[in-house]
Design a protein around this ligand. Structure first.
Ligand SMILES: *Cc1c(COP(=O)(O)O)cnc(C)c1O
Length: 409
């Protein structure tokens, strides 16, 4: 693609104006919105208001006057729209890891005669770790963690829960949610999808596919800020029978009755636990306003164009410098990131960050580039590839300081 064609893509981009809604450091090409979304201007303004007015002046009255107490459900409803769920099926709370724990335990309780959890051995570690903790708590489950190619075979009539992340965090491979949900249901199993790399990246259709449970992140494509609250989804049909093992007071039917016996709320609020983190919940709330008028089909369309362009421009570099594409080319089989394997991937990524192009690195050898259609331009894609070419041509990555591993990669 020529420079003129790339400029034309930006001129004709229906999402181009959305970039204005974000604060993007001058000259930076940010390809890591799949790990931490950039700061929406609305968040900056809203947090200032929440801190100075709601907290500073309103103090404890704000639980009622500013509806702090309803934030988990209100924010959940905004997320519901993005993932094909209804209001009242999604709540914002805790971290993704904690939500996985709550929901996996509850799902297992709905299949008391079964003891098998099936997942992808390459699933994000926290998902696998939580399953191991749940197994220890329940006195030993069979954790069937298998390769993608063996996943369908691993499902049987012993399977209680199929637990998967829709988009693989390393390669960007995207599962067929409709097909796997159906296969699991045919075996009588329940499904739990992790939407960490899906929510806000493309349209998700949880109810259309009959999904039982889901969890996801607030700080990735939803731009809720570092450590933003996560979310969880429970299909309406399961809610009354979803057992809240973390039976905290915020999930009680009447928290302010202060009675000694726990009685779970009738609705999804039963899966909330303690006092919500109002500041970070308010940040996520404001960040989601950016999506209010966004058509996720248009987001997906632009995401595919951005990633196609990146792969195309990377082809000559891949050949010359040995970058091996780890992401499927087929549109249906990928999310909104592109990854390359390279034995010097860590140092190359550090050098590239030094050139103002931020991606990240995942062990053992994956260079990961996330594409966020709300604030990326097509020109950013070509700029990123040009700067990477410079890093390779001038061998900038050989500087020893780029090989020193930081705590967070
Ligand atoms: C990012 C990510 C998480 C993060 O979990 P936290 O509890 O928010 O740290 C979980 N699962 C997947 C698949 C992820 O990509």
């Amino acid at each position: 693609m020529t420079q003129a064609e790339i400029e034309a893509l930006d001129r004709n981009d229906p999402l181009a104006a959305k970039r204005e809604a974000f604060i993007i450091p001058e000259g930076l090409v940010y390809l890591d919105g799949n790990s931490l979304g950039v700061l929406p201007k609305a968040v900056q303004q809203h947090l200032k208001h929440v801190v100075t007015e709601q907290w500073g002046q309103g103090l404890i009255r704000s639980w009622n006057t500013h509806g702090w107490v309803d934030l988990p459900l209100r924010v959940g409803a905004k997320i519901a729209r993005l993932i094909g769920a209804e209001e009242g099926e999604v709540v914002a709370a805790d971290s993704t890891s904690v939500n996985l724990f709550k929901v996996l335990l509850a799902a297992l309780r709905l299949r008391p005669e079964r003891r098998v959890v099936v997942s992808d051995v390459e699933n994000f570690p926290t998902d696998l770790y939580i399953a191991q903790g749940v197994s220890a708590l329940l006195g030993g489950l069979e954790l069937r963690f298998v390769k993608k190619s063996e996943l369908e075979e691993a499902l049987d009539h012993q399977t209680a829960v199929l637990m998967l992340t829709e988009v693989d965090y390393r390669t960007g491979y995207r599962y067929d949610m409709a097909r796997l949900t159906q296969l699991a249901h045919e075996k009588g199993a329940l499904v739990l999808w992790d939407l960490a790399h899906s929510a806000g990246a493309f349209p998700v259709h949880l109810n259309q596919h009959g999904v039982d449970f889901a969890v996801g992140c607030g700080y990735k494509y939803l731009n809720g800020g570092p450590g933003a609250p996560a979310f969880l989804f429970v299909a309406r049909r399961h809610q009354q029978r979803t057992f809240p093992f973390l039976s905290g007071w915020m999930g009680h039917q009447t928290p302010f009755a202060f009675v000694p016996e726990y009685v779970a709320a009738e609705d999804i609020r039963r899966l909330t636990v303690g006092t919500p983190a109002v500041l970070s919940m308010s940040a996520l709330d404001a960040a989601l306003e950016v999506f209010a008028d966004v058509d996720l089909e248009a987001v997906r369309e632009k995401s595919l164009k951005l990633t196609d362009l990146f792969m195309e421009l990377m082809e000559p570099l891949a050949e010359r410098y040995g970058f091996e594409l780890a992401t499927p080319r087929a549109h249906a089989e990928r999310g909104s990131q592109v990854s390359y394997r390279h034995p010097q991937g860590y140092a190359i990524m550090q050098a590239l960050i030094g050139q103002g192009v931020i991606g990240d690195f995942r062990a053992p050898d994956i260079m990961r580039f996330g594409f966020t259609p709300l604030y990326l331009r097509f020109a950013d894609v070509s700029e990123a590839v040009e700067r990477l070419e410079r890093v390779m041509q001038l061998e900038l990555w050989k500087d020893p300081r780029f090989s020193e591993r930081a705590k967070v990669t």
